[in-house]
Design a protein around this ligand. Structure first.
Ligand code: SF4
Length: 71
């Protein structure tokens, strides 16, 4: 498991933003602060989405937007 801190993708509203099937899983990751080491999700920030950027929970960028911790 990876430990996630504020400011990293796993805590960002854009992490897996368009992956509706993963919403519950991503909320649990934000609450627990831990994510599977092999998790990769698309970034939904418009400029990153255009490039089809995929990130891990411990990646990050200046577009970080704090996510809600409920579904
Ligand atoms: S790459 Fe940036 S905008 Fe995308 S999920 Fe990570 S912190 Fe958020």
């Amino acid at each position: 498991m990876l430990k996630i801190t504020d400011g990293q993708c796993g805590m960002c509203a854009h992490f897996g933003e368009d992956d509706k099937a993963a919403t519950d899983k991503l909320v649990q990751i934000r609450i627990s602060g831990q994510a599977p080491a092999d998790l990769v999700e698309p970034c939904g920030l418009p400029e990153n989405r255009q490039k089809n950027l995929k990130v891990t929970p411990v990646s990050g960028c200046t577009g970080f937007t704090p996510a809600r911790k409920s579904a």
